[in-house]
Design a protein around this ligand. Structure first.
Ligand code: C5P
Length: 237
């Protein structure tokens, strides 16, 4: 079974532990630690989650000069995360440096973490992109342009809207990894996500990984919600 990645959008470790206590102890989850949690708890939250047997996607979206990103990625690899990411806007040299840092920080017995890039944030509209970033292309063209740079840099793939997966796989190949947030099971609230798809649609479209936050973290019974979404994502129902 492929596991949906649960976004642990909590302000501190205590809330994470309270949330995880609602899952069976021996269940290995794939969880996402973002800026909110990491900037409060630091590397110890990653160690704790790994000790509990979970895989960690460290979602810090690095964007800085190549040398700094390379050193930071070396440290991130040492934490033993399964997946992490950068902003494609940092450029090919930065992305290559990120990858080099991950290789340098990974032990020989350890898999090098999966490295993804963010192209355009899904909160960015075409009008905003053109006005704020001075990019003259359409949003889709910009996403494809960045994704092409991501592939050229040797990264595994991108974080993208489910609506972009088909275009990206057509141009960059089936093995180019597409991770999609903005997932809502048929029976849940949309929250502030505008362009959402169900786990079933995400599978049909070809997403390789889905990130799910509130439909699991805010559910009355998070484990039941997780099981339903996992089944839908794997085509069991
Ligand atoms: O609660 P929800 O399912 O909307 O959470 C989605 C998670 O994915 C959040 O952690 C959010 O920051 C993240 N995310 C997103 N859209 C992106 C990239 C990341 O919603 N384009």
């Amino acid at each position: 079974m492929h596991r949906p990645i649960i976004a642990l959008d909590f302000p501190n470790q205590n809330e994470v532990l309270r949330f995880l206590s609602q899952f069976p102890d021996d269940l290995s989850l794939f969880v996402k630690v973002g800026m909110e949690l990491f900037y409060q708890e630091g590397p110890s939250i990653v160690h704790l989650l790994k000790e509990k047997g979970h895989d960690v996607f460290l979602d810090l979206k690095l964007h800085d000069i190549p040398n700094t990103v390379q050193s930071a990625m070396k440290g991130i690899a040492k934490l033993g995360v399964t997946m992490t990411n950068v902003h494609a806007a940092g450029g090919v040299a930065m992305m290559e440096a990120a990858l080099a840092g991950l290789h340098a920080g990974s032990q020989s017995h350890q898999k090098v973490p999966i490295l993804l890039a963010v192209t355009q944030l899904t909160s960015t509209s075409e009008e905003m992109m053109q006005a704020d970033q001075g990019i003259k292309m359409s949003l889709n063209e910009s996403v494809l342009h960045y994704a092409t740079q991501v592939k050229k840099s040797g990264l595994d793939g991108v974080v993208c809207s489910a609506l972009e997966v088909e275009m990206l796989k057509d141009h960059l190949g089936e093995s180019f990894v597409c991770l999609t947030p903005g997932i809502r099971p048929t029976d849940s609230q949309q929250g502030d996500q505008k362009r959402v798809v169900t786990p079933k649609q995400a599978r049909r479209i070809g997403s390789d990984y889905i990130v799910v936050g509130r439909p699991i973290t805010q559910a009355a019974d998070p484990y039941a919600a997780y099981q339903r979404i996992t089944e839908e994502w794997n085509g069991v129902k």
